[in-house]
Design a binder for this molecule. Sequence first.
Ligand code: SAJ
Length: 453
Amino acid sequence: MHDLEQKIRARTCRYGVIGLGYVGLPLAVAFAQRGVHVVGFDVDRSKTDALSAGRSYIPDVPAAEVAREVSAGRLEATTDFSRLAECDVVSICVPTPLSKSRDPDVSYVAAATESVVKTLRAGQLVVLESTTYPGMTEEFLRPPMAATGLTVGRDVFLAFSPERVDPGNVKYGIRNTPKVVGGVDPLSTRFAADFYRIAVDHVVEVSSAAAAEMAKLLENTFRSVNIALVNEVALMCDRLGLDVREVVGAAATKPFGFMAFQPGPGTGGHCIPLDPLYLSWKLRTLEYRARFVELADDVNLSMPRYVVARVVTALNDAERSLKGARVLVLGVAYKRDVDDTRESPSLEILRHLAEGGAQVEYADPYVPEVAVHGRTWRGVPLEPGTLARYDVVVVATDHRALPWDRVAAEARLVVDARGAVPRDAVRGVLWPLSGPPVRGAAAAAPAVAGARA
Ligand code: SAJ
């Protein structure tokens, strides 16, 4: 039996996790809790110092769990990447963002790979977890590992296993989320699968690293395309004078063969807007256009401007112009109940409203301040009377913590891109994402063209 296999079976293998963010930290803690000695690596000393002191900066990872594993000596954190030599298994969990030209930015993976190769030794298994294009593990990690003179698949082993950490998800965690694993050769697949089985109930072996890379991209492209479809249905409903949420809600009553997605102001976050573009980028190098991926990206990217156009329509109906209007945007995080503003469509909405001459402010209980194209906004508290001060309130993120009943009762005019405001409680005028406005008791009758007082 290979020495590595023996260590995995005996759980005496030492595990290195590079990148201690929302993916790497839960992974490190999960294996430490299963008795594996884990060394966490990060370039950010504030992270490694916090963990060494038994503190957590990831909401899904309780500090008590970090403290317990650190004090038991099963979890360490360091910025000293030379210690990778101690590790038998290394998972790379670093960001794979897009560059300014919306092409893959693999600089973080390149830096991690360089560190791994510097200390590479016989008996090590390297697993890339960062979401990337099909072929990257084979094309980007294998050559520098082989260039050390060690044989991949005999002396050292290499696999890809996509991360499926869903921040804020209280139901699914490391243990009960099935883990796909694909090696660059059968032995790499087997060793990686055996290793992950230490902390994951269900490990799914596939025939190659590329198959595992592609599976991950399919998972998130599926979401991007279906969100784009329902957003395009919103654009259609706008022209048809229909309320898209009523249409989606009705379709969702079909108990089979349909999966409801919600239309909204676009897609944000570090996964859905980015992952599919890794796929289309790779396919372009193979002279193939991933048309669904690119169309979905176009539609989703167009939604912030559509929401702003809806605001203009609503103000126009109230005989107000966007220029000079006082506008409050509710929610700048990319989705409900999170504090992450990466790629958030709300930021584009803020920018376009400001460019249109509106006096724009925002309120978001999770985000105290946000910078958009060089301008910094500070959130405003929703004190009594605040909502009534604005000419229009725009719902961009439907945080559960926001006072939706107050929005219905106090706001004179609402554009609700998320279907968050209770319609039956509206006193002013509410414009849904598509379809006719809802006019409440306090709404002035709309001006009728041509009529004179
Ligand atoms: N969105 C819609 N309509 C929908 C669903 C989402 O407009 O019906 C928007 C959200 O508001 C957000 C963006 O799309 O701006 C992405 O939302 P998301 O629910 O896909 O959440 P993410 O970005 O946190 O995606 C993560 C992914 N997890 C991993 O990659 C491990 C994704 O695969 C998960 O399915 C998703 O969480 C989840 O289900 O929570």
